[in-house]
Write a protein that binds this ligand. Structure first.
Ligand SMILES: *[C@@H]1O[C@H](CO)[C@@H](O)[C@H](O)[C@H]1NC(C)=O
Ligand SMILES: *[C@@H]1O[C@H](CO)[C@@H](O)[C@H](O)[C@H]1NC(C)=O
Ligand SMILES: *[C@@H]1O[C@H](CO)[C@@H](O)[C@H](O)[C@H]1NC(C)=O
Length: 315
């Protein structure tokens, strides 16, 4: 998104938009005939996505509190860690690239609900008979509590060697595991996560940034990111179609979790993620019907993008 440096002649003016009653200024210009914008700190880089509402216009602190209502109750495991501002600050890194800013209001709301649905499901401690129901307990954790191993994969010793003593167990809002994923996230975020994986459990902004990086980045070249699969940027190949992979929420589960969740029929781990997404659509005032019917939401019959042998790097 470095379009700004290619500008020869451009028109620059201020647009005043009224969002939720508050006026804010959007800078607009044309680069090679395309309209690009910049909106304050939240959508800073010149980008077509920054011409739209930003996430904080559509999703506000009271909604965050409703979605993650139980995260600060005494029995939760990351009391005081997660907050709205960290999410918005983290999102600002990716809003100019289309995170939560693609496709207009409905798609934007749906993407926020989908991303946070994954987050809620993966960080929930609401199994069993928790008060408020099993879907009220997202962001209960910020790390894996009893890791069974250090998640050091020696086959990456030349690219992302494990630091002595470092443990690459699950951390963050969409927990990342393994040295290779810490290394890659660290490269993208320009933070030395390979040597300091613990930063993610110490800093909620970073914990959300790593999660949004995972959502916005393809696991392998030639595959869609969760974002692209969800908003419809991805065009399935013939192979994808043969493997029952189609754009939508189901594909995001396939990308993030592969066979652990998808291609196994109507299993609980899959339905739990879907339930969080639908619950959040309701709470956000969008309504679960906008998420589509079960056969659009699920990945029960999809073959994994990255089957078993590679799946540990996708967890
Ligand atoms: C911005 O929102 C409009 C609808 O409000 C939508 O049509 C357009 O695709 C969005 N822009 C981008 C870059 O997604
Ligand atoms: C948390 O991480 C963010 C994003 O990398 C960084 O800007 C901020 O300075 C960090 N906060 C602290 C207290 O280290
Ligand atoms: C499609 O799948 C076949 C069989 O699994 C494989 O040999 C081929 O390389 C795939 N094509 C693409 C474009 O991925």
């Amino acid at each position: 998104m470095r379009m700004g440096i290619f500008v020869c002649i451009f028109v620059l003016f201020l647009a005043s938009v009224s969002v939720n009653g508050a006026d804010k200024e959007i800078l607009v210009k044309k680069v090679r005939g395309n309209r690009v914008c910049s909106q304050g700190w939240e959508c800073k880089q010149w980008s077509k996505y920054c011409c739209n509402n930003t996430i904080s216009d559509l999703f506000q602190v009271y909604q965050f509190e409703e979605l993650f209502a139980k995260r600060n109750t005494p029995v939760a495991h990351a009391v005081g860690f997660w907050d709205y501002q960290s999410f918005i600050t983290a999102a600002a890194l990716y809003e100019p690239l289309g995170f939560g800013t693609t496709g207009g209001r409905l798609m934007q709301m749906k993407e926020i609900a989908a991303f946070l649905g994954h987050v809620g499901s993966k960080t929930s401690c609401g199994y069993g008979v928790a008060t408020g129901g099993p879907l009220a307990w997202g962001l209960c954790y910020n790390r894996e509590l009893s890791p069974s191993q250090d998640y050091c994969d020696d086959s990456y010793k030349y690219t992302y060697p494990c630091a002595p003593g470092a443990k690459y167990y699950g951390r963050g809002a969409l927990p990342i595991y393994w040295n290779v994923n810490y290394g890659a996230a660290g490269d993208a975020l320009k933070v030395d996560l390979l040597n300091h994986p613990e930063y993610i459990e110490q800093n909620a902004t970073l914990a959300f940034q790593a999660a949004i990086w995972r959502w916005m980045t393809e696991i392998k070249k030639g595959q869609p990111s969760s974002h692209d699969a969800f908003v419809g940027n991805w065009k399935p190949t013939k192979n994808d179609t043969l493997a029952n992979r189609a754009p939508g929420f189901g594909a995001t589960m396939n990308i993030l979790y592969g066979e652990m969740v998808c291609g196994q029929g109507d299993i609980d781990p899959m339905n739990n993620i879907i339930s969080h997404y639908q619950h959040y659509l309701d709470l956000m005032g969008v309504g679960r019907e906008e998420g589509g019917p079960h056969d659009v939401l699920n990945c029960a019959e999809q073959k994994a993008f990255n089957p078993a042998t590679a799946s540990k790097n996708d967890s």
